[in-house]
Design a protein around this ligand. Structure first.
Ligand code: AMP
Ligand code: ZN
Length: 478
């Protein structure tokens, strides 16, 4: 594989190979589980899901770790507002996360560690940093001393001097310098707390990712992902903690997705301009949302609006109907029934499109370009199927295999799953079978009735010499 990824650490496009042959260690920062996640949060989840699946489609094993932040200020405040414990709050929104992520077709991580289950490794890491002189306790807190890590700023391309002069002068007397950040926070009255060498307290936010990545993936990971808002200070702090403690490079490739925007602003909880995944899923099917997310390069902003979602719904209709046509032809026009001619034009177009798909995916994961190649395949194959007579079965099958692979990686067609659930597809097909029986028995009243029932549900029937096929009217693809 010749995958090139833009590495924010080097600022360059670099060839990607895992350190350990055949095995990719991939860590990505997950949600703080104090609320339902919104469609902006879904962008990194979908983008990294597709990158992971693409690596897997190339035969690589991927250990994919995404954490749940289940203890921090927001968790504590929200639990108090709701009159439940922090643990109950976490349980509620971890379940909701799985429901929503599953509903978007996001493959489950190899493992989702929770901060509160990893307290021992977090304390161990903080102790190492204290022992090595990179961290100091103060009044039950523990701080990382940024001055002891001269490369601080290497990811976000800021020098320590600039950072120092730009830092707010804090009144916090426990810190030796304003840039120092908390690794451990002493317990405040009523807060959940764990025993530690520095007294009762809880971890700071940044330390959990360093501890979990080390615990589940080892000293050096291949890819670390997250939204671009996490680059500073969160990811910079992860690097400082991990590299100061282990003396090894923490992550070889750092990749950050740009924001999902709404009305030219970042979609965010704090601004309040967000739609939850639940709200968006009530209107649009998973492959439509995925198609929308993948229609822009992950390092460019993407605009969320009814128009952009509707465009994705139309694109999905074209994919779905194009696929249905191919599937139907393969079932009804095999070479042994009708003479087949090799279709030289289709063969050439398909070869080009397949090459283009991989080329785009391998050039820093250009999903938008790759989706263009998928449409090329659908278009060329459908033109070929329009010719009378038998089909060039071998090459049509190759197109179908390619589309199945695309669907496995991107989840944008939803082959085989039925678009609104299996049950509905089965029901449609059983009504069509009943209508065919009625027609054979010359019961045209019943056959017209079934056609009307289906029409009302947005299902269009087409009677062909090979039998009846159906497609959905263009309706937003819900
Ligand atoms: P949070 O729960 O806010 O920590 O966010 C979880 C993930 O979603 C992080 O990787 C964030 O960078 C990312 N994120 C939050 N808002 C957006 C947005 N509007 N567009 C893209 N990514 C986002
Ligand atoms: Zn993190």
């Amino acid at each position: 594989m010749k995958l090139q990824l833009y590495n924010d650490l080097s600022g360059n496009l670099e060839p990607f190979e895992p350190l350990e042959p055949g095995h990719v260690k991939f860590y990505t920062c997950g949600p703080t589980v104090y609320d339902y996640f919104h469609i902006g949060n879904a962008r990194p989840f979908i983008v990294f899901d597709v990158l992971r699946r693409y690596l897997e489609s190339k035969g690589l094993e991927v250990s994919f770790i995404q954490n749940f932040t289940d203890i921090d200020d927001k968790m504590i405040q929200r639990a108090e507002q709701m009159g439940i414990t922090v643990r109950e709050l976490a349980e509620k929104f971890i379940s909701a996360y799985y429901e929503d992520a599953d509903s978007l077709g996001i493959k489950r991580a190899t493992y989702n560690p929770r901060a509160t289950d990893e307290i021992a490794s977090i304390i161990g890491l903080i102790q190492t940093l204290v022992d090595k002189g990179h961290a100091y306790p103060a009044d039950g807190d523990v701080y990382f001393e940024v001055d002891t890590f001269p490369q601080y700023g290497k990811l976000s391309k800021q020098s320590l001097d600039d950072l120092r002069s730009g830092a707010r002068v804090e009144v916090d007397e426990r810190k030796r310098a304003p840039l120092d950040f908390a690794l451990w926070k002493a317990q405040k009255p009523g807060e959940p707390a764990w025993e530690s060498p520095w007294g009762m307290g809880r971890p700071g936010w940044h330390i959990e990712c360093s501890a979990m990545a080390h615990h589940h993936l080892g000293d050096t990971i291949d890819i670390h992902g997250g939204g671009s808002d996490l680059m500073f200070p969160h990811h910079e702090n992860e690097i400082a903690q991990s590299e100061a403690a282990n003396g090894k490079l923490f992550a070889r490739f750092w990749i950050h997705n740009e924001y999902l925007m709404i009305d030219r602003e970042k979609m965010s909880k704090s601004i309040g301009n967000f739609f939850t995944v639940r709200e968006v899923r009530a209107k649009y099917a998973a492959p439509v949302i995925r198609l929308f997310m993948l229609s822009a390069h992950y390092r460019s902003p993407i605009n969320f609006s009814p128009e952009t979602l509707d465009q994705a719904a139309h694109a999905h209709d074209r994919l779905r109907n194009g696929w249905a046509e191919i599937e139907f032809a393969m079932k009804t026009r095999p070479c042994d029934a009708v003479p087949c001619e090799p279709d030289a034009e289709l063969r050439e177009e398909l070869r080009d499109a397949l090459g283009l798909f991989d080329k785009c995916m391998q050039e820093d994961f250009n999903t938008a370009g790759a989706i263009g190649a998928v449409f090329d395949v659908i278009r060329a194959t459908n033109v070929s199927l329009g010719h009378p007579g038998g089909i060039d079965y071998e090459i049509v099958k190759e197109a179908a295999d390619f589309l199945r692979m695309v669907d496995e990686v991107m989840g944008i067609i939803q082959i085989g799953a039925g678009d609104r659930g299996d049950a509905e597809t089965e029901e449609i097909e059983s009504l069509i079978a009943e209508r065919e029986d009625a027609r054979r028995g010359k019961n045209f009243a019943r056959s017209d009735e079934i056609r009307n029932i289906l029409n009302e549900r947005g299902i269009i029937l087409e009677d062909t010499p090979q039998g009846t096929r159906w497609k959905r009217a263009q309706d937003g693809g819900k």
